[in-house]
Design a protein around this ligand. Sequence first.
Ligand code: SF4
Length: 435
Amino acid sequence: MIIKDAMCSVCGATCDDLTVEYDPEKKTMNVQNACRMGSAKLHEVFNEHRITSPMVKKGGNLVECGWDEALDRAADILAGADYPLFFMGSECFSEAQLVGIKMAEYLGGNVDGNATICHGPTVMGIQDAGLVTATMGEVKNRADLIIYWGTNPIESMPRHMSHYAVFPRGYFTKAGRRNRKIVVVDPRKTPSANISDLFIQIKPGTDYELFAAIRAILKGNPVDPSIEDTTGVRMDDIKGLIEMMKGAKFGAIFVGLGTASSFGKYRTQAAAMHLVQELNSHTKFVMGALRGHANVAGFNQVLSYYSGYPFSVNYSKGYPRFNPGEFTTVDMLAKGEPDAVLCLAGDLGAHLPRKSVENLSKTPLITIDVAMTPTTTLSEVVLPGVHTIESEGTMYRLDNVPLYSRKGMESPLGFTKSDEDTLNQLFERVKKRKK
Ligand code: SF4
């Protein structure tokens, strides 16, 4: 059987041009157009390690059980909690994320997503400074200057260059790569830097200073020569970059976690956004962020329209409050505050600091996932996840464009149709207990 135009749920590129040929009897699969990460994710469907049965912890071990038993145990944990935390991961649809947000609101708990440990500073910068941006289609058709700043797409988002920004032929960029100049700004000479036209090796943590210096020069203000020592970039290179920027017909800066986690955090991202605003006095310029996970942007979008805030939201007073550092997953868990955690399609156990994971291991934890992870092994209840190719729903691409993914194949799970369905079933049981 063949699925055309399947969507990948691994990284923020959210490629929607995959062809998946599979044999449900032999459990074999051939994936075309995907990078190796995307292909591996789709192969999880038939992986022998796939979770196909609910599990609950008994005597310190996870044991398989019936669907009702697992859902009842999960509902008991959440209904009995005073301060639950809902972590909505990204390799899932926004419809499921929204049910988790509503559950957090209903229970007066907290809700957070992957941006809490990745592009949180970027979405805060957007709310602070405003973003001049464009869809990846516009970038493909128009951009003749692409600047990757603090990101290495060849390894982190393998098809960003080939599918969207560098190599494809667009309406006004008919010669593809030959119509575009590529600049990489990074402390390390990465594989992406190797194929650039200009590589600027910046000292780690000095992105704010370089963004500010470029903006000052663009505005005609003097910049102290000490900027060379501060950033490690020669004034000639700074001026050369500015000439490239001003000479472009349509420029695009893509920032990554290198700038999001640089000194200054969201102030650095806001400085980049102010620079792009200034560049629009000279030519057309846009900015985007290379989001790590497929639908991490979706969680920020959905939570923002629901609560006004993009991540780290607390409902304990009955209305949404946003305070990174207080209501963020890492900080709450480091202080041992949540008395229950629900984790959807995320792997907190593999990514959080040690203190947070130690406290997570002492907290009743419910996990929804397709495969065993460090987080599932810490869980009181494990509910099998439905792979995105087995259900339908919405994922937001890195440029915040929502894409609707069709169901491509049947799930082997008879008790749930999707992660959204699982969360809705759980929510109904929680409400019954609270009433
Ligand atoms: S680039 Fe990202 S979205 Fe595209 S196939 Fe690879 S992992 Fe999937």
